[in-house]
Structure formats: C-alpha cells, structure tokens
Design a protein around this ligand. Sequence first.
Ligand code: FMN
Length: 517
Amino acid sequence: MNTIFDFLGQIPWWCWPIAFLLIIAIRDITQKKHTIKHNFPVVGHLRYWIETIGPEFRQYIVANNREELPFNRRQRSWIYASSKRENNFQGFGTDQDVNGAGYIFIKPALLTKRLPKDHPYRENPYVLPAAKVIGLPHNRRKPYRPKQVINISGMSFGSLSARAIESLNKGAAKFGCYHNTGEGGFSPYHNKGGDVVLNIGTAYFGIRDDDGNFVMQKLVDLTKSNPSIRMLELKLSQGAKPGKGGVLPASKITQEIADIRHIPLGKDVISPAAHSAFSNIPEMIDFIESMADATGLPVGIKAAVGKLEMWEELAELMVKTGKGPDFIAIDGGEGGTGAAPPSFADHVSLPWVYAFSSVYKIFKKYNLTHRVTFIGSGKLGLPAQAIMAFSMGVDVINIAREAMISIGCIQAQVCHNNRCPTGIATQNKWLQAGVDPTLKSERFYNYAKTLTKEVLEISIACGYEHPSQFTMDDVDVAMGDNNHTRPLRIAYEYEKVPVAYDGINKLVNCAHLGGGN
Ligand SMILES: Cc1cc2nc3c(=O)[nH]c(=O)nc-3n(C[C@H](O)[C@H](O)[C@H](O)COP(=O)(O)O)c2cc1C
C-alpha cells in the first residue's frame, strides 16, 4: 500500500489536472449523445454551462431595465420595493420611449380633485371596494361586493407551495381582497381568513367522483362548511393554455393532494381539455344556474378569448332567459401558468386588450353590462395597466404573477419543473422551507395596498373618486408617432357604458360588502 502512495506522491502536482482533463476528453470523444462535446472535447462543456447560467446573466447583468418579459426589472423592482415598504420612487424622469407604439397616456385634469376634509380616503386610502355587487342583478341569495377592486387570481395548491398559498390567503385577509383557489381545489391553506373564490376546472377537483364527474352535493357541502367561499368561478380556459388539458403525474400526488382533490393515490390524473358537465352554451347556462341555486353564491366564468360566436350566443341567451354568469373574468393571452407548451403560451388566444374589448363590445350590444361584473387578468397588477383596464370597462382586477413577485418570486420561470428557487411554485420541502407565511403575507399586503393607493391617486389626479369612473377618453394609446395618439374609444372602437356610482361611502357601507358578514 505504502509503495502505491509513495509512487503517487512522486507525480508532480500539475500532472493531476492534466490527467483529469484527459479523462474528460476521452469520455467526450467516446460518447455519442452530444455532438458539440464530441467535436470539441473539454471546451464543449463551456457551451452547456453558459447556456445554463445565461438567463441569470441576462437578468442581472445584461438586460436593461425595461427589456425583460413577462415583467421587466423596473416593474419587478416596484413590486419588491412596495411589498417591503421601501422607497419605490424613480429619479430623473421616465426611462421609457413615450412615443413607442402601444404606449399609454393617462390624462390628468387641469385641477386635481379636492377631497373634503372628512373624506374616507384621507384616513384610509387603501380601501377601494368594487362599484358593482356581483350576483345582485340575478337575485342570487348571497350577493357579493368585493371589498377591494384588486384581488388574487387563481393559482392552485399543487402549482404553488402550501406556504405560498398560505401567505397569499393571510395577505388577502389583511388587505380585504378575495383569493381565487385555482383549479386544484380548496385546501387548508386557502382557509386562513381571506375571502375565497372557488375556481372550478374541467377535473372538478375536490367536488368530483372517482371518474372525475362533477358532484353537486360535494360542492354544496364544501361551500356550506366553508363560508369564506364567496363566489364560484367556472373556468372555461386561461390565457396561457386555452383548451389544453393536463396530467398530474402519480409521482406528484401526495396523500394531502389526493385528499384535497378527491383523486386516487398512485395513478396519473387527467385534467381533460373540455368540461364533462356541459357541452354547449345553453347547457353551460343551466349548469351555472344549478350551482347558483344549490349554493346561493354568485357564479361566473373565466376564459381566454379567440372566436366570438359562442360569446355572442351566450349574450343572446342571457337576454332571452334572464339567466347566466354573474361575472365574466377575461384572461389575456399574456397570462401566466404553472406549465404550458410554448406554442400555447405564446400564440393561442388574444392579448388582454383585444380579448377584453371584443367581449365587452358584445355585452354592450346586448345591453348586459349592468348585469355582469367584468374581471380582468393579464399583467394588470401595475397602476397604469390597472387604470387602462378600468377605462375599458373592467370592474375588478385579478392578479397572479405580480402577487407571486410580491412574496419573493424572482421570475426564474421554472414553475413547470418543481425547482422554483424561491419555494413559491414548488412542492419541494427544502425549497419551500424558506417561505415564512407571516412575513410574506405582510409583503403581499403592502404591495396590494400600494397598488390600490396609486390607482386611487391617479384617479384623483384625473378628477375622479373611484377608478370605475374612468372613461375610454381618459386614456390615449400611441400609434407609433406622437402626432397620432388615439383615445382608447377610437383605438378599440367602443365607448364604455358608465358604471352606476354614487360615492365611496355607499360602497363602504353596502350591506353586501364582503358578502355581508
Ligand atoms: C403558477 C400559476 C398557476 C396558475 N394556475 C391557475 C389555475 O389553477 N386556474 C386558473 O384559472 N388560472 C391559473 N393561472 C392563471 C392566473 O390565474 C392568471 O389568470 C394569469 O396568470 C394572468 O394574470 P397575471 O398576469 O397577473 O399573472 C395560473 C397562473 C400561474 C402563474
């Protein structure tokens, strides 16, 4: 033995790295899987290594402040700073190309609105209830006025970690907004004090039988035993993957997920592309009515937008029957997801502005805008984008990824592989251990408050008390030449129907605020 060590000890140190590189070179040349490594032994590894760390390099070093998508550095920094109550201002003026096509300009009044001394905003500029009561026009037994116009969009437990869901729900409770469950069912982490909207997807998780069929009694029992569920959202599609089903692999199904979703352990579970409870628009309306009758709750639909014929049919039938969804949530094609094929995420369904304007115009034509509450989602969790949405006819905004960013998401864009480094979009126990729901709920709360306050401040600068008062003429969109900006009314060829509004006090004191209890 000693002779071996003596022999090895006599080899000069610099031979070791050379031997190491030689072994790698031989391995590279003899393997057949990677051509680059075979053709350029040893140095070929650099290509794979740089490809792996390239996104981080670009994000932190190379990309400029406004370059990245879905959310650029300035947008993310604003959310981070707001959520930590740090300085979220900007010095020296805008760094945007204000003449670029698509740029939006919000038009302030010559004189800013003066609020009376006893105005509620003076004491609390963070409470901004929705201008419409959802479900009231259809005489639902439990109409609901969201306590805030800013709310949390659907993201399932399973897609997000338990701690992330808990952080958002506790944050929602503090802020007063609702928290949409996403289609993975109602989990204990959605039950931390916030109002809840139950998202019902094609797999009917938590309210299904063993074959995946919808079970009304389970829905009734669930809503009865959990009064925090204020509304039901029938998910027809989402912007990032409309018409695309999914598979939950057996390996990801824990006992807890199986119990929440009412699915078997040890078997892959399919989320079908289409609903099995209805197959056309009249049947969908019947399904909505039956859920509303059985639970008393307002029921709405969530969808991405493409072809318009079925929207037209829905509106026509709503006029004819007096029935139909209490709210319509329009999700933009730029919306997020836990996982989707790039072709779907990039190309299938219209971006939010075209999606929303197309659908709103139909409901305006049928004189239905007073019966339906319009919800918008698709990168609307920033003040100017939110104002644009209100100007176009949105009553309530749902935010998903911006809420994730507020609790620490760094836009690593790995929600689909269970390796989210921030512990938000993963089920990995080690990675989620760093998420502290008490701290993170405070972060969401701070961000949502700041967003609300800025929406309000812009409203006041434009002469309004509530963002529902914005009109299509209050926002211009640049056509790529500063002589050719157009009001939204001309750019999208419709005028928003004014929303009935009788002062903030009426909203704050409404019997249906937050569902009335
Ligand atoms: C991680 C993740 C999971 C999502 N899961 C759901 C879901 O279960 N059901 C649903 O209707 N939408 C889901 N969405 C879509 C969002 O609710 C939202 O409509 C979309 O991301 C647009 O909002 P945003 O731009 O504010 O992110 C998910 C989005 C993300 C990022």
